[in-house]
Write a protein that binds this ligand. Structure first.
Ligand SMILES: [Zn+2]
Ligand SMILES: [Zn+2]
Length: 309
């Protein structure tokens, strides 16, 4: 079953589970405490926003399962190129609070300036959030640079603010509305990018030997064949899985010298529910460092549109 459904859990259980994981990581890696404190602030805002969206109504999308199945069969993620009405007034307060949390957590004025730009109307929140939702990184980064803002931070706050919405869409379209036809198209999905939104995975979580890719944006979970590079399909000698720390064989990195890509894989007791995947990501930042020191990188987002620039 390559596409994996993760049961929804209550806000309280999510927060408790996150807290347990943060404490365990902090005990083990005191150097990560400031990063964990910032992540606690950011993810709490994301969890609260997800709870608000849960109580509201998602947009009605006329995307029949048969149409989505045909897209998937062509290798196109279901949300790519679809107009999706964003609940901008619901997301904007969280967007501003995320800037505050980042400012207090170490980003300082770089994050405060983003908040000011949104509040003054210099950045229009609807276009910012839409650029993130449609994965239009080029437009978003250019817009940020033109305003003298940090492109990385603007991308981050927009992504965090939109993530509960895109996660809800992913569940709506792929989990709850799954017809047999859609289900088999999903189960035939062997690409390394997300079948819902097209983003690359943040990490692969391995449970009971099943290597499951976890989307860095919408948190979807899918299991392509494990013996090949998720970016280029290389399965020969150029594709290697290694554990940089011999004492921690539960944390590995897959590297591919054909395309230069890398993927972190980590053994976990269970797949992280949205948005706790970021905890697996932050817990393995040393793997990113090790891979990048050897010249590997995560590829740019794939573009499924015909947009220019
Ligand atoms: Zn996704
Ligand atoms: Zn590759």
């Amino acid at each position: 079953m390559p596409y994996v459904t993760i049961p929804a859990i209550s806000r309280e259980n999510l927060l408790n589970s996150a807290e347990r994981r943060w404490r365990a990581i902090g005990d083990d890696r005191p150097d990560l405490l400031p990063a964990l404190a910032l992540q606690r602030g950011l993810l709490t805002l994301v969890i609260d926003l997800a709870a608000v969206l849960d109580r509201g109504r998602l947009p009605k999308l006329s995307l029949p399962p048969k149409y989505l199945a045909a897209k998937l069969t062509r290798g196109v993620p279901v949300l790519a190129g679809e107009p999706m009405p964003l609940p901008v007034p619901v997301l904007t307060p969280t967007l501003l609070k995320l800037c505050d949390a980042l400012a207090d957590g170490g980003a300082g004025d770089a994050a405060r300036h983003i908040r000011e730009a949104i509040e003054s109307g210099n950045i229009e929140p609807g276009s910012l959030l839409t650029a993130s939702l449609t994965r239009n990184q080029a437009a978003l980064r250019t817009g940020a640079s033109h305003r003298g803002l940090s492109p990385d931070l603007v991308w981050l706050v927009a992504e965090l603010a939109v993530s509960p919405f895109v996660h809800a869409l992913e569940r709506l379209l792929l989990e709850q509305a799954a017809s047999d036809e859609l289900r088999s198209a999903l189960d035939a999905w062997t690409h390394g990018y997300c079948p819902a939104c097209g983003s690359w995975p943040a990490v692969a979580e391995v449970v009971g030997g099943h290597r499951t890719l976890r989307c860095s944006f919408c948190s979807s979970a899918w299991e392509p064949p494990a013996d090949a590079c998720i970016y280029c399909g290389e399965s020969g000698e150029s594709f290697v899985t290694a554990a940089p720390d011999d004492e921690r064989r539960d944390r590995r990195v897959e590297v591919c010298s054909s395309c230069g890509g890398y993927l972190k894989t980590v053994d976990v007791a269970e797949l992280s529910p949205f948005p706790l995947l970021s905890i697996s990501d932050i817990e393995t930042t040393d793997l990113d460092v090790a891979a990048m020191q050897h010249g590997y990188r995560r590829p740019a987002l794939k573009d499924f549109t015909t947009r220019k620039g």
